[in-house]
Write a protein that binds this ligand. Structure first.
Ligand SMILES: *Cc1c(COP(=O)(O)O)cnc(C)c1O
Length: 459
């Protein structure tokens, strides 16, 4: 069929609306009309750009009807739940950390009812939202004081602006990194009005480099976790503990470390990476640190700032603190995440639990699924020994041993991956050597069933 013929076959909006109205009667008419318009628009575009893969015998009306229904119940341009079978635990594009059941319950409760967000229940008057998180952070990190802002990028910005505006901030050239394509230390520094003073080289920075850079203008020494950037071999960096000695020369000097992810659980002692515990960085006597709430911590998006009381007080009073403040849902979720660490219930935090899953556990899960798939008419199924990643720019060189389901499909891996993406609950996979890999590390029992249904639906 020619392009013009195909275009001519496109139905009118009202015809399709009439055709599906009985099946979608739970939706308002305006929404149905828009869903149909979008479906027709997409098909027109696909035909014009020849990006269609339709069976010429298929009824185009039928295809549009299905797409309209999909638009109605599973809109792709609105946030929706997906299954992460990519093997990357903290996947920034997929929303980073999932929350624990308790965090979810607390958030939902907080959404449905009024709360003491800024109300002091003891005194019956206005309170501070900082009070709702500070105590817990003090307990899990050992810091004198703490506060929470929107995300760690905001934390970095606030620290620089409130403590080092118009002053020099000394940073090692080895730590001037760009993280995840949108966070660049030098750019944030520029925005904040602090003056970047680079020292050392990309691979080596010594104590004396910092020492020589100090002057009347110096306000801060900043250490930055290099996250997804790693230099191997012939390197030298100076720890924040060593840098504390420089405070003897300048009492006003602030030593700040952007820890990036920061760990509250000792992954290192479980043989995973070398991320230091936040509490051990704090106990070294550093002035202030910041870290993300939704990376290794496994909580909601947030930036946690912890350190000396004098410094945190200054940050709390800054106008920017109001601009960057977190909402009640974040506080609710963070409260329960921190409680889990405090009471040794870290295995209820999905991010921690998934990172700790062993390859034996995952092999068993993969075998079970393979048995359930059985003999598939078009897919070749096998078990493949592989590695998952922590993700989120955290521990880039750590390989978590896993077992994946490997699927080969006659129409190719890209085609199969697309079919998974377009399933009712989209499933995100990874492709390796023309094979689709399903890594069950971050997949729950219930989600495994959905994956099974998706596989069964593949022709
Ligand atoms: C991830 C990261 C950030 C940004 O944190 P967000 O919570 O994503 O805003 C800043 N600094 C470092 C070192 C990071 O790894």
């Amino acid at each position: 069929m020619s392009k013009t013929d195909l275009l001519r076959q496109l139905p009118a909006v009202h015809e399709v609306v009439k055709n599906i109205s009985s099946e979608v009667s739970d939706r308002p008419e305006k929404e149905i009309t828009r869903a149909v318009q979008d479906a027709i628009k997409l098909w027109r575009r696909n035909i014009i750009s020849e990006q269609y893969d339709i069976d010429l015998k298929a009824d185009i009306q039928e295809l549009i009807k299905n797409d309209a229904k999909k638009n109605l119940y599973h809109p792709t341009k609105q946030i929706r739940s997906i299954i992460n079978a990519s093997g990357i635990v903290i996947h920034t594009n997929l929303g980073r950390s999932r929350l624990s059941d308790k965090s979810v319950e607390r958030m939902s409760e907080t959404a449905q009812m009024y709360s003491n967000l800024e109300y002091n229940l003891e005194e019956g008057k206005r309170g501070s939202r900082h009070d709702l998180t500070e105590n817990l952070i003090q307990q899990v990190t050992g810091a004198e004081a703490a506060m929470v802002v929107n995300n760690n990028a905001a934390a970095v910005y606030l620290v620089l602006k409130a403590l080092a505006k118009n002053k020099e901030v000394v940073v090692s050239r080895g730590e001037l990194v760009e993280i995840g394509g949108s966070f660049r230390v030098s750019s944030i520094m520029e925005e904040s009005g602090a003056i970047l003073r680079e020292v050392g080289t990309t691979n080596k920075t010594h104590y004396f480099d910092y020492e020589r850079a100090l002057s009347e203008q110096t306000g801060m020494i900043m250490k930055v976790h290099t996250s997804n950037f790693k230099i191997i071999g012939f390197t030298k960096e100076v720890s924040s503990i060593e840098l504390l000695k420089l405070k003897q020369k300048n009492q006003e000097l602030v030593i700040y470390e952007d820890l990036g992810s920061g760990a509250l659980f000792p992954f290192q002692s479980h043989g995973i990476g070398d991320e230091p515990l936040i509490s051990s960085v704090i106990s070294s006597g550093i002035d202030v640190v910041s870290f993300s709430g939704d990376k290794l911590l496994g909580g909601p998006q947030a930036g946690i700032i912890a350190g000396k009381k004098e410094i945190i007080d200054k940050l709390k009073k800054h106008q920017l603190a109001r601009v960057l403040r977190v909402d009640k849902f974040t506080i609710a979720a963070l409260n329960e995440t921190l409680n889990a660490y405090l009471y040794g219930e870290h295995m209820t935090i999905p991010t921690v639990r998934d990172i700790l899953k062993t390859s034996e556990e995952l092999k068993e899960k993969a075998m079970e699924l393979m048995i359930k798939i059985g003999n598939h008419p078009s897919l070749t199924v096998k078990i493949i020994e592989e590695y998952s990643q922590v993700g989120g720019g955290t521990m880039p060189d750590v390989k978590l041993p896993t077992y994946c389901i490997g699927l080969t499909y006659p129409k190719g891996a890209e085609y199969l991956a697309k079919a998974f993406r377009e399933y009712e609950t989209p499933i995100i996979v990874r492709i390796k050597d023309e094979e689709v890999l399903l890594d069950l590390r971050t997949v729950t029992e219930e989600e495994t069933l959905t994956i099974l249904h998706a596989i069964d639906s593949i022709q």
